[in-house]
Ligand binder design. Structure first.
Ligand SMILES: [Zn+2]
Length: 249
């Protein structure tokens, strides 16, 4: 569904086509390097660096009925809340799960409608899909989404502009568990996250294997108790992005 917020690129004349296409490609792909660690270090507000006494816990690629309820059960047992970056196509199918996420004190955020690479999307598609997902999050959860994280961390120019026009703050991560890899174990997830675990960190894990190898959510789930315990031993509270005090320019 297109909205008044849709962004279209202007048509390009034949003579200017090669240069125009090159410029468009640069404009489109340029911001996508934000997932690279050195770039994220220079853009702390995009990476999600927050309150030095807090760690933000975030999950991507759900909600999935086979795995997300287990994460919610575990988070309830651990007594902490998180931010769930959901896919619209899954939330539409499993709205009860979106309602449960919110009812249990967690936060719904926008990951996209499908898990496509934003750099491969034709102009206009990301704008429409970000808007459609944000509308669905509001309809299901009853609150307006605050955060946007693109699949693969590929923050294209169109995604950046359309997210901001929708009032969404783009946020990536400062530490991840590489939990999507086939060889991941609870120990490898914990060790990988711990390498970047410090006050103000935003941790990326996945509560679904929708975009990765089947069952890849299990190591993240099994690493969760030790991860939360490690944060608490370090004197850090664990919670959703809304409690993270992320500063935006
Ligand atoms: Zn994802």
């Amino acid at each position: 569904m297109r909205t008044s917020l849709d962004i279209s690129f202007p048509p390009i004349g034949r003579a200017a086509l090669p240069l125009g296409l090159a410029c468009l490609a640069l404009l489109h792909a340029g911001p996508a390097v934000t997932w690279l660690p050195p770039v994220r270090r220079r853009l702390p507000f995009i990476a999600g660096v927050g309150d030095p006494g807090h760690v933000a816990l975030t999950f991507d690629d759900g909600p999935h009925p086979g795995s997300t309820p287990r994460f919610l059960d575990e988070l309830g047992r651990l007594g902490c809340h998180a931010t769930f970056f959901v896919l619209g196509e899954l939330l539409e199918r499993h709205q009860w799960l979106g309602r449960r996420i919110v009812a249990e004190g967690h936060e719904l955020a926008v990951h996209g409608w499908r898990h496509g690479n934003p750099l491969l999307a034709p102009p206009g598609r990301l704008t429409a899909e970000i808007g459609r997902t944000a509308d669905l999050v509001r309809a299901v959860g009853g609150v307006r989404a605050t955060w946007y994280r693109p699949p693969y961390g590929a923050l294209s120019l169109e995604a950046l502009v359309s997210a901001r026009l929708r009032g969404l703050r783009p946020v990536l991560w400062t530490a991840w568990g590489r939990d999507w890899e086939a060889a991941a174990t609870p120990g490898s997830v914990l060790a990988t996250v711990s390498a970047g675990l410090r006050g103000g960190a935003t941790v990326l894990l996945h509560d679904s294997d929708h975009a990765s190898v089947p069952g890849s959510w299990r190591p993240a789930l099994d690493a969760l108790p030790a991860l939360v315990e490690r944060c608490r031993v370090m004197g850090l509270s664990v919670g959703p992005l809304r409690e993270h005090g992320v500063a935006f320019p």
